[in-house]
Design a protein around this ligand. Sequence first.
Ligand SMILES: [Zn+2]
Length: 416
Amino acid sequence: MSTLNSAQEAVDTVANEAIVAALQQTFAVGGAIINNATGEVIAAMHNNVLMPFPGSGTPYFLPHDPTAHGERQLVDWYYENVAPLNLPPPSQLTVVTTLDPCAMCAGSLLTAGFNVAVSAIDDYAGINYNSQFTFPSLPPQIRQKAQDTWGYYAIAAPVSRAYQGSNSPVFANQTIDSAAYFLCSSIFSASVNTVREASNNSGLSPDQLKNPATLPANSKVRQALTALSPFALTVQSANPRDPGAELAPPLLKTAQPNPKTPVFNSVALIDPFGNLLVCLGGAENQSPIRTAFMETTRGYAVMRWTLMNDPDPAVRAEAAQYLTHPKYGTFVFLYAPDPTTPQAVMTFGAYGSTMEGPVPQSYPSNLQYVLLPGNTTPQALSTLAQSLPPFYTQSVQVAPEQVLSQDLINAVKNGV
Ligand SMILES: [Zn+2]
C-alpha cells in the first residue's frame, strides 16, 4: 500500500475509489484507513450496495448488501485484520472519506473509535447534513466524541471552506483543492437517485408475491432460507405487522448467550405472509458493529442476491417470485437498540439504508421491538429516530414501535 503526504493525496486516493464505485453503478463513495503517524494507506474500499449479476448476462442490479457502504466495510475489515496484521488501535488511524458519513457509517465509526476526515457534504443523509459541523443527529453523550475525533478538510477557492473539526485526524487543518471537492460531491450526486430507486423498487408487491411456506423441501429458496436461519418458515404470524407469542421461541433461542457472543439480542424478519424468514443474533465477538440487525438485514439481502444470481434461471425466477424487499415485511428486535449508544445510530441508519426510500404505509411500523434495554424509554428511542438527517425522517420515516401483542411481550419476559 502507498504512503501519503497530504490531505490532497488522501482525498485523491479515496476519490479514485468513488470512481470505481460509479463505474459499478452503485453509490459513488470511497474511503480509506490511513495511519496517522506514517501516512500509510492500510485499506481502501468503495461502496458495494449494488452489484451487477455477473452470471445472468443482463445488466440487472439488485441490492447485494444494503450495509456495504465503504466506511462500514472498512470498520469490519479492521476487526478482521487487527490481530493478524498487528494494526494500531483506531485512535491512531483515520478513515478518510469522499463524503460525510451517513447515520449507519457514523455510528459504525464512532463505535470503533476511528478518527474521521471528510471531503464533501451530503445534505440529505450525512451526519453533518446542515454544514454546521455540530453533529445535530447525535445524542449528547456521543456528540462530544465526534467533535473530538472528526474533521472536514479545508477547501481552497472558489469553494473556500475553512477546516472544521478536531486536530486528531490525519492531515488535520490541511486544504484540498476545489476540483477534488467537486469530484467527491458531484460523482455522488450523479449516482444517488438511481441507486436509491433501484434499491427501494427491487421486489414484487405483496399482491404479486407467492408464499414461500408452500415451497417444497427440495426448493433452493427454501434451502437457502433454512441454511441462513434454522427457524426460517417454522413460524407464521396471522398478521405480518402484529406478531404474537409464536415469535418468542425463535427470538429467545437465537439470542441464547454464546460465550463468544455475550450480547443477548436477536432480530427477526417477517415476510408479507407472516412467515418468519430470518432470525439472527449478533456477531459482536468478531466486530462490535456486527449487531443482530446488521446480521439479519445483510444476511437476507446477500442470500436473495445470491439466489437471483444463480446460474439456473429457474432458481432466479423462484427467488423473484417468493422473496421481496424487506419494506413489505417487518423487522422485530428482541431488544431495541440503546439510544445512548453509537450502535443505535448505526442501527437506525442501517434500517434506512435497507429501505432506501418510502416504506408502504400501514400500522404499525415495520420496525418493531419487544423489549427496551435498561432504563430506556420509548421517548428516548423516538427522539433519536426523529433527530436523524432528513433522508431518515422525511423519506424513510424511521419509526420504531413496540410490538402490539402483550402475549409476545409476556412470553419473551418469561423467557429472558
Ligand atoms: Zn454510509
